[in-house]
Design a binder for this molecule. Structure first.
Ligand code: IVH
Length: 679
């Protein structure tokens, strides 16, 4: 644990009103800059590493802005100033740099016998040993070098001998120290794993899909792709974090992995809490079983555990091969991949008309989940991988992501995939935009079915009973040609449909009626405008009335946070289509009343976090409702959180954090009573 800087006025209860920069002399400015950097580094450590901030976010922001102002006014820029975490100039390319020591990899296996054999070899050579038992993080390995206590560079593993310099990107990761405490060793090179936390990964993918970009297949690819980007500004916006697990080189004298972890911790590096020391191989096996069972509850992906001999003199005796040390072993979990054959490749048409090739598979069990389809994303990917009917493919399921074909193991007999020239659903012309293909017919039944499904989904109009199947039926029966037609459906139409009875017809009509009372943000989201997801829709509804939104220019739209040229263009072109405006008018005529909620102040200053679901509400509905009344809904528990609402199927992590931070928890009833009833 890093010691709190003594006598620094910006650490505890910092004064956050400052004299104008031009009233300062240079010496005072320099002194203030040094104190601010020291304090902000400490705050970064408390926030990102300890998860236990000592000041409010707003106070932190004020200190940060003050530092930026002084650095600009007195030209006191420094690569390792905390202000550099926000990004920087884009690079032309990443330079290749040699590692201070070759970065070796690990011997690994998923077979318990292999790790027992590893343990026997060790005991034959050096006698009994303790093992450091650590998660094997499924991320992206980096080396970070410090000189004289200052961050010098961060380098990817590359070929093990040399890698790429990714310093500008790694500096943006809040938990990576830019300056070490004064008593840090003169030279230090550490190794760690950069990863993308699961929730951040899912949010990033949602945003990508909203924008029309392909989602990342898994958090590891997302982390690897992000660390190697050329634009640090984009990296700074991505949720990356890091765990450190090795000291590669140091001027400090160290005798064991225990001491290495202690040193890492005292210098402020983020070390994983599951890391522990055990005294024999059986305990390593138990550790592996425990972590494998907990795997899905962790905020990061792991693909096994690592056992390392603790004592360094034993390590020295054991030595290394050219590729890996003889004193460490990765005991891997069974992969979440499986092999099967492709029966055929079909093309799916999405809500925006995008055509996606999907491989239909001979069903295969992948760690308890039956997989019978896998996406190929686009025609280019299908061809590059060489997926054809009859091919044996390896598929991977990672987290909540749609399974993906990772590689072709055995080529099939079938023909190489070609995107059809005509839409498989309506036969209209298909055009190519970048890597993707689109159906050009705005009233393509497939697009219509998907837009109906979207319109009725929980985060949109929340019309239960209108999922994919019902949408297909309504379109096929010619009852619905636009979401607006839903509101003129009658009982007789519905009971005629196969599988429908009076009950289901009446339920749907009641749902439709109830959906008419809707917030403007939800309504805008329900329209299904490209790139406009729940958050952007809410932001647009906060800035415009429905009438104004219909007429807004691209420039006006861009005044809204997180609305750039591409999104603005999508909104303008949506409302340029007469049929869309007509649909909105028909919805209003049918009695749908999108209501613009005025921001209330009942919950001003209240910060809430949710885990699990609150019966009767979607998360986005609750967020919108609470935020329109001034509350702040955040995704992780900190000292700033007032309440953690624990709904059904809650996660363990947020609850543990709440306990640590002494944050009060509310069950759904208490939440209704204490919070919702005030609105
Ligand atoms: S130790 C010489 N510890 O797994 C020791 N590696 O080849 C080298 N990894 O590239 C690595 N978690 O990126 C170590 N707790 C952990 C690890 C870990 C993940 C990665 C590392 C390496 C790969 C194995």
């Amino acid at each position: 644990m890093v010691e709190e800087p003594a006598d620094n006025p910006y650490v505890r209860d910092p004064k956050t009103s400052f004299a104008p920069a031009d009233e300062l002399d240079e010496a005072t400015a320099r002194e203030q800059v040094a104190q601010l950097r020291e304090a902000i580094s400490y705050h970064d450590y408390r926030y990102y590493v300890e998860n236990d901030p000592v000041i409010a976010d707003s106070a932190y922001d004020t200190l940060f802005e003050r530092l930026q102002t002084l650095e600009d006014a007195f030209d006191l820029h420094d690569e390792n100033s905390p202000t550099q975490r926000v990004g920087g100039e884009p690079l032309d390319e990443l330079e290749t740099v040699e590692h201070v020591q070759p970065l070796l990899s690990l011997q690994s296996s998923g077979d318990a016998e292999e790790i027992r054999a590893f343990d026997r070899r060790i005991r034959e050579t050096v006698g009994d040993v303790d093992y450091s038992a650590e998660p094997k993080f499924d991320g992206f390995s980096i080396e970070v070098v410090y000189e004289g206590g200052a961050f010098e560079r961060a380098v990817t593993r590359g070929d093990g001998r040399a890698g790429e310099d990714v310093s500008a990107n790694v500096r943006t990761i809040g938990s990576v120290p830019l300056r070490l405490p004064d008593d840090a060793p003169e030279t230090l090179a550490v190794r760690g794993e950069v990863y993308m936390p699961r929730t951040g990964f899912q949010e990033l993918n949602e945003r990508r899909v909203e924008r029309g970009d392909d989602p990342f297949a898994n958090p590891r690819n997302a982390a690897a792709g992000t660390v190697r980007m050329l634009d640090p500004d984009t990296v700074a916006d991505r949720p990356l974090d890091v765990f450190f697990y090795d000291i590669i080189d140091t001027s400090a004298a160290l005798d064991s992995q225990r001491e290495a972890f202690d040193l890492l911790r005292t210098l402020g590096f983020r070390v994983n809490d599951e890391t522990t020391i055990v005294d024999d191989v059986d305990a390593v096996l138990d550790y592996r079983d425990r972590l494998m069972a907990a795997r899905d509850d962790l905020e990061y992906e792991i693909d096994g555990v690592v056992a390392k001999v603790v004592e360094f003199d034993a390590r020295e005796q054991l030595g290394s091969t050219a590729r890996h040390p003889r004193w460490a072993f990765a005991y891997k979990f069974p992969p979440r991949t499986g092999q099967t054959t492709v029966e055929r490749i079909v093309v799916q048409v999405g809500r925006t008309g995008k055509l996606t090739p999907v491989a239909l598979l001979d069903p295969v069990d992948v760690q308890g989940v039956t997989i019978s389809r896998a996406t190929l994303h686009n025609a280019g990917q299908a061809r590059e991988l060489g997926v054809t009917p009859g091919a044996t493919v390896e598929i991977e399921r990672a987290g909540d992501v749609i399974p993906e074909v990772v590689e072709v193991v055995d080529a099939g007999e079938g023909e190489a995939f070609e995107m059809p020239d005509a839409c498989p659903v309506c036969d209209s012309e298909v055009v190519r935009e970048g890597e993707h293909h689109y159906c050009t017919n705005a009233s393509c039944p497939a697009q219509l079915q998907r837009s109906l499904e979207h319109f009725c989904s929980r985060d949109a109009m929340d019309i239960e009973g209108l999922g994919a199947e019902a949408a297909d039926q309504l379109v096929a029966a010619g009852l619905v040609e636009s979401p607006a037609d839903l509101y003129s459906l009658d009982r007789e139409d519905l009971i005629e449909l196969e599988g429908w009875g009076e009950r289901s017809a009446e339920n749907l009509l009641a749902e439709l009626d109830a959906s008419k009372d809707v917030t403007l943000g939800t309504f805008v989201y329900a329209l299904g405008i490209r790139h406009v997801g729940t958050e952007r829709a809410r932001a647009l509804a906060g800035a415009f009335s429905l009438d104004d939104l219909l007429d807004a220019s691209a420039d006006e739209l861009q005044s809204v946070e997180d609305v750039g040229p591409e999104v603005a263009e999508a909104v303008v072109s949506y409302f340029d289509v007469d049929a869309n405006v007509e649909m909105v008018e028909r919805l209003l005529d049918a009695g749908v009343t999108p209501e613009r909620r005025e921001r209330g102040a009942e919950l001003d200053g209240l910060t809430l976090v949710f885990t699990g679901s609150v019966p009767g509400y979607t998360r986005s509905e609750l967020t919108e409702r609470l935020e329109t009344h001034g509350a702040n809904v955040t995704s992780s528990v900190s000292g700033e959180t007032d309440f953690l609402v624990v709904g059904e199927n809650p996660g363990t992590r947020k609850r543990e954090q709440a306990e640590e931070e002494e944050v009060e928890t509310l069950d759904p009833d208490a939440f209704e009573e204490r919070i919702l009833s005030q609105l």
